[in-house]
Design a binder for this molecule. Structure first.
Ligand code: SF4
Ligand code: SF4
Length: 321
């Protein structure tokens, strides 16, 4: 099978597995401007307490250090836009956390994709990633032609929006643009651009996300996580910083505001992935039941859910502010 045929077959299988987009990027060092942006972001302490962002810089800079022998990054996007959203007057949970832990769902599909590749090319080796390694997923998604970086720092897929989980399969085969004439491949040369920054061509004059962010966390230099309600309600441990609890409104886990206002998301279609549906017993919780939740009930309701991340203490802190 030629590289071109294998590329087309992999793309088709990725779509059959439920991914909304699949692209290919040659593995190698990321652009210098991208690393400079990342370094500035870390130097500004915008990563808050995510100390792991200070480590393994060399692996982030070059995925062939992470996966020796890898020649192509297959980048995929899985839609999580919910079929039904929670009523506006009730507690709000970020859409991505409505259902099962996406790391498992995405990686399971990527392992299936690798299994498929091996049926066609048995010598190909690969490793699957979904927020599980020092890899600049959004950078590689842009390089693979999936979309562009919005001012809200999400990957926006033209015609589909930004409610997508990104996954990467690093493989030893040479696939992608070198082998295909594909209209979804980037028409601009993205090799030198700073894909960690917003793309002025794609966002134009729009500033909706910057204006809508309740805390001013979106800066020219990237998201200041110390002020981002998504970071604070999920990753942050201990009490919320002063002034932030008042900004939460009805949010108890994450924040979707900078995506909800984005005009690109008017085109978002509900996911067909049942794993991302909210469990009926969670959807039915009353405000009182949320407030009185015991650790046992929490474990029962959120085992293997994306909401496990904040832990019981984190959730109760967000509720009882
Ligand atoms: S997730 Fe919320 S707080 Fe964070 S940058 Fe977006 S709008 Fe601002
Ligand atoms: S809201 Fe506007 S500025 Fe923000 S990411 Fe979407 S298009 Fe870009």
């Amino acid at each position: 099978m030629s590289g071109s045929e294998l590329t087309q077959a992999v793309r088709q299988e990725a779509l059959r597995l439920g991914f909304a987009a699949c692209g290919f990027a040659p593995a190698g060092p990321v652009s210098g401007v991208c690393m400079e942006t990342l370094d500035r972001w870390v130097a500004n302490r915008y990563h808050a307490d995510m100390g792991y962002m200070e480590r393994n810089r060399h692996l982030r800079e070059d995925p062939t250090q992470l996966v020796p022998g890898c020649r192509t990054l297959i980048v995929v996007a899985l839609n999580y836009y919910p079929k039904r959203t929670l009523p506006k007057e009730g507690y709000q949970i970020a859409y991505y956390a409505y259902g099962k832990d996406y790391h498992r769902v995405v990686k399971d599909k990527l392992h299936q994709l690798l299994g498929y590749i091996k049926t066609l090319a048995p010598d190909v080796e690969g490793r699957a990633f979904c927020d599980t390694a020092p890899l600049l997923e959004r950078y590689w998604a842009v390089r693979a032609g999936l979309g562009f970086m919005g001012r809200n720092r999400t990957l926006i897929i033209p015609g589909k929006g930004s409610y997508f989980f990104l996954g990467v399969l690093a493989v030893t085969a040479e696939l992608g643009m070198r082998h295909e004439a594909d209209s979804s491949s980037p028409t601009r040369d993205t090799s030198g651009i700073d894909t960690l920054k917003d793309d002025p061509v794609a966002c134009g004059d729009c500033k909706r996300c910057l204006l809508a962010c309740p805390t001013g966390a979106l800066t020219r230099e990237g998201i200041d996580c110390r002020r981002c309600l998504s970071y604070l309600t999920i990753e942050h441990r201990g009490p919320l910083p002063e002034g932030m609890a008042q900004k939460l409104g009805r949010r108890i886990y994450g924040c979707d505001t900078c995506q909800q206002v984005c005009p690109h998301n008017r085109l978002a279609q509900p996911t067909e992935e049942e794993a991302f549906d909210m469990a009926p017993e969670v959807e039915a919780l009353t405000p009182q039941e949320w407030m009185e939740m015991t650790p046992e009930r929490y474990r029962q309701l959120f085992k293997h859910s994306a909401m496990e991340r904040a832990g019981y203490e984190g959730l109760m802190r967000n509720l009882q502010r």
